[in-house]
Design a protein around this ligand. Sequence first.
Ligand SMILES: [Zn+2]
Ligand SMILES: [Zn+2]
Length: 139
Amino acid sequence: MEPKTTDAGLPQARYRLTKQRVAVLRALGDGTHLCADTIHQLVRHELPDVSLGTIYRTLDILRQIGLVQAFSHDGGAARYEATFEKHHHLLCSQCNALTNVRAEGVAQIAAAVAERAGFKDVDCALTIVGRCAHCTARG
Ligand SMILES: [Zn+2]
Ligand SMILES: [Zn+2]
């Protein structure tokens, strides 16, 4: 996987992709949202000696570089995913399924609301909570 370049211009050397980082990114490769424990299990197939602490540190660094984003809701355990493009989330309140969605116009609305309060450099992550189609069908 080619490391994405970031706009922040962070020094390359400091953020070289170590084998732990590559393994974590590979675990997140299929676009799912995984908690640190699950990532740990997956990475251990590749790197049997890696500790959960290393996984957390690696996730932290990958977040700083902008290759990983974390999602948490209502104080639940964070779920991590590889950052492919800016997106929002649909969260099922019943089965906890998390789905990536694009929500056109949300960024503009957020910027307009924030600007009225004097905010600059706004970021907005929308979480829409409801019952997914699968859970609804089951009644
Ligand atoms: Zn559901
Ligand atoms: Zn997501």
